[in-house]
Design a protein around this ligand. Structure first.
Ligand SMILES: [Zn+2]
Length: 279
């Protein structure tokens, strides 16, 4: 599917979703990144919209969540939604948080990053161009995700999660694997000088920021920026996997905020630990 051959699109009950093959083979882990296909939403939200804030019918969004949960064989009641405000706050999710943001208003004001060691919790973060980072340490029963738009990337949220796992959870750095999911690529992420300057300040490695000859515009490689953050945090390069799928170039497959001028649904990254005794 992508140039590294690590990822594939699966289809089940009309629902199309992306998986990382190495994790797909792991019996402890459940994960996927959704596409726009397989839901009941209509119009510009067609069809697997997972955003309650997109003007969709509430029942449609709930049905879409149910469909993804059915395919993954997880309980809808185990879903925990992030609260994405483009910051670096990381929440450790416990069993009592099940249903956050879906069955009741989010108890957190800021949660662009979440992780858990609890089976029977399904973490979900939301995207439509921003960068999904999925974390897993095989053998340590821990999963996590961070949402990194350009602000979260500049603020280094990926590093915040790694620090948290190492300091508080005692996870060895070389055990941590990270998938960088579908998001807007360097091909389509063109920004003005103000945003480019924020990247220049944050990253000494300037090859991630290319100046386009026309009209003072710059192209930013968010995938390489986040990979750089992870390597600086101590993650081994061979444990970082980039999907290399641009949401804006693949509007037939994904929702893209930029490509659609904001008239779009919301994609989701899902992760859960399978409890002992499950199939
Ligand atoms: Zn593109």
């Amino acid at each position: 599917m992508n140039r590294d051959g690590h990822f594939k699109i699966k289809e089940k009950d009309n629902l199309k979703y992306l998986v990382f093959e190495k994790w797909e083979a792991d019996t402890e882990l459940i994960h996927c990144f959704t596409t726009r296909h397989g839901g009941v939403s209509t119009g510009c939200l067609e069809s697997l919209n997972l955003g309650f804030n997109r003007g969709d019918i509430h029942e449609n969004v709930m049905q879409n969540y149910q469909s993804v949960c059915d395919v993954l064989k997880v309980d809808l009641k185990s879903v925990v939604l992030s609260k994405q405000v483009h910051d670096t706050n990381i929440i450790k999710v416990e069993l009592e948080d099940a249903g956050n943001g879906i069955f009741y208003n989010s108890k957190w004001e800021s949660a662009d990053g979440m992780y858990t060691s609890q089976p029977n919790i399904t973490l979900v973060t939301h995207y439509a161009d921003c960068v999904p980072l999925l974390f897993y340490a095989p053998g340590y029963s821990i999963i996590g995700m961070t949402h990194a738009g350009w602000r979260g990337t500049v603020k280094g949220i990926a590093g915040s999660l790694v620090d948290r796992w190492v300091r508080k959870e005692r996870i060895p750095l070389d055990a941590i694997q990270v998938v960088i999911g579908p998001s807007i690529g360097e091909c389509c992420f063109e920004v003005g000088k103000e945003v480019a300057d924020a990247f220049v300040t944050a990253f000494s490695e300037q090859s991630f920021i290319k100046c386009n000859s026309l009209a003072d515009k710059y192209s930013i490689d968010l995938w390489q920026c986040n990979k750089h953050i992870l390597i600086k945090s101590g993650i081994k390069e061979e444990n970082i996997f980039i999907t290399s799928l641009c949401t804006s170039c693949n509007e037939d497959l994904f929702f893209s905020h930029r490509k659609s001028n904001g008239a779009r649904g919301t994609l989701g990254a899902f992760m859960a630990l399978r409890s002992v005794g499950d199939e």
